[in-house]
Write a protein that binds this ligand. Structure first.
Ligand SMILES: Cc1cc2nc3c(=O)[nH]c(=O)nc-3n(C[C@H](O)[C@H](O)[C@H](O)COP(=O)(O)OP(=O)(O)OC[C@H]3O[C@@H](n4cnc5c(N)ncnc54)[C@H](O)[C@@H]3O)c2cc1C
Length: 495
């Protein structure tokens, strides 16, 4: 991602100060400028811009009349689903309903309605800030494109971005109005950046052991480094600062997992990742280190079942027959191939398998006994699991976990494959309490004058489990909340 300026003065006067140069922060900055704000300054802790927006792909795929700019996370959405309706109102209704169902109505319904509605305008908004030649990036250019587009749009709009400038504290005056922030330069020297509106968008707390321990009930220090591997390890700075400044917690925190993949592959789009991923390849089975199945592997949300496992470790199993089938026929869903125009999903899988074999994370064997031995499982248990699963496939009915029949494929063609895996946590969501203008609320539910939040730091959107069936909910709602925060901050009014 692009590098940026550093602050040299001890005091810098701005109108709007934005903490965090990711999706939420940059969209807030651009929206504020477009709404007529004066000096808008974005302060970024890292040496580079973009935050976790460097990861999601950016196809602006609305040729079919469905505006969206990254993935529809639920690949099993079929044509005819209201989330794919050409009517944005129908889509917004569907996404709202979907998000509320996922959070069991523990989310803030007005907030979610606002975000679902704003989300529908994200594509048009993005197009308004992008060069037309960027609308359909090449497959090689897709990943990270969103971050690059936002950085460029900030520059075009006259937003100032300063890197290596971690914000440490929100400053308020004696009547509680926010007046700016204290930050540090790269040498640790204190800087003051003044501004009557401050927007917090620091990307969650996956990198904060303290907050993880508080909110992640299955927290386990031993596996922490392995599961929190794929994204940037943000430390919840904005959340901590906002709570110190009197903000309330909404009480809802969710953890966004990558659908099951081997997190150590890092690249979420690698061919081996695609082969192992239960959403791309729901015919795989998952077993515990003891060799027993524990989930309907075809369910996107089955990733949550990994929470329950000791050390969150499990094995993904498949056979040569299934591997050949997926590599030749492709994945079993309608939407993604069209979204990932021209991307070779599985090409180059063999060298990746070779690497994992060499690193001891995969095993290929002619018998399940050898696989069991490698896993440290009792061969009799694994054999029973495979036999039972094969019988379910023969009957077309998974009598244990009711996996959908069309992905039940018996494992009878050797060699057999096993890949060691665990959870891959991407981002946390919540818990700062905001209203529909993205103003942070205090413990009396009153807006804190001048203080806003955007992106995944805000709570009230998900409860426990990330609503991965709501269209492009994560990055999409970061953009939507950022735009709303920026527009309201620019309008002025501390409250
Ligand atoms: C591997 C991966 C793949 C993903 N794929 C998808 C996808 O396909 N679809 C989707 O919808 N979502 C996806 N997401 C999620 C999406 O990227 C995030 O939801 C989104 O980027 C969050 O935006 P944000 O602005 O809240 O945080 P970020 O974009 O992470 O930005 C936060 C910024 O704040 C900065 N910061 C932190 N503390 C401070 C401080 N004290 N001072 C100054 N700056 C600070 C950080 O360095 C960072 O730059 C993915 C995430 C990952 C990790």
């Amino acid at each position: 991602m692009s590098k940026c300026e550093q602050i040299t003065a001890e005091v810098l006067q701005a109108d709007i100060v934005i903490v965090g140069c990711g999706a939420g922060g940059m969209s807030a900055a651009i929206a504020a400028k477009k709404a007529g704000a004066g000096r808008v300054v974005v302060l970024e802790k890292l040496h580079v811009t973009g935050g976790n927006a460097i990861f999601p792909p950016l196809p602006l795929a609305d040729d079919d009349g469905v505006p969206r700019f990254a993935c529809m996370d639920d690949n099993r959405v079929r044509p005819g689903d209201p989330r794919l309706s050409p009517d944005p109102k129908v889509r917004a209704d569907a996404n709202f309903t979907c998000a509320m169902e996922w959070n069991h109505w523990r989310g803030d319904a007005r907030l979610i309605r606002t975000l679902a509605d704003k989300f529908e305008t994200n594509s048009d908004w993005l197009k308004s800030i992008m060069a037309p030649e960027d609308f359909i990036p090449s497959p090689e250019d897709m990943r990270g494109k969103l971050a690059r587009v936002l950085v460029q749009a900030c520059k075009n709009a006259g937003v100032e971005i300063y890197c290596d400038t971690p914000v440490k504290q929100i400053i308020k005056d004696e009547i509680g109005q926010v007046t700016g922030v204290f930050a540090e330069d790269k040498d640790g020297k204190r800087l003051e950046v003044t501004g009557k509106r401050v927007i917090i968008s620091t990307g969650g707390f996956i990198g904060s052991k303290e907050l993880m321990e508080r909110y992640f009930h299955s927290y386990d220090e031993n596996i922490y480094d392995e599961i929190c591997y794929m994204g940037l390890k943000h430390t919840g700075d904005g959340i901590k600062m906002a709570l110190e400044a009197g903000a309330a917690s909404d009480g809802t925190v969710a953890f966004e997992w990558e659908m099951n993949r081997m997190p150590w592959l890092r690249n979420p789009a690698s061919p081996l990742t695609n082969l192992l991923n239960n959403d791309m390849n729901p015919g795989v089975i998952w077993v515990t280190p003891q060799g027993e199945r524990f989930a309907d592997e075809s369910k996107m949300n089955a990733t949550n079942s990994i929470y329950r496992l000791k050390n969150k470790t499990f094995y993904i199993l498949f056979d040569q027959g299934q591997k050949d089938k997926i590599l030749t026929e492709g994945p079993d869903f309608d939407l993604l191939p069209e979204m990932l125009r021209g991307v070779d999903l599985f090409g180059g899988v063999e060298p990746e398998i070779k690497t994992q074999l060499a690193e001891g994370r995969m095993k290929i064997a002619d018998t399940w006994d050898e696989i069991a031995e490698w896993m440290g499982a009792d061969p009799a248990v694994l054999k029973a699991t495979i036999e039972e699963y094969n019988s379910f496939c023969d009957q077309g009915h998974d009598a244990m976990f009711v996996k959908r029949p069309n992905v039940l494929t018996a494992f009878r063609t050797g060699p057999y494959y096993a890949a060691k895996s665990t959870l891959a946590m991407l981002v946390t969501r919540g818990p700062l309490k905001v209203n529909t203008k993205m103003q942070l609320l205090d413990k009396k539910d009153e807006p804190i004058p001048g203080l806003y939040a955007a992106g995944v730091d805000i709570g009230g959107t998900d409860s426990d489990t990330y609503a991965c069936s709501a269209a492009c909910h994560s990055i999409g709602w970061s953009l939507a909340s950022g735009r709303i925060a920026g527009e309201n901050a620019a309008k002025g009014g501390g409250r």
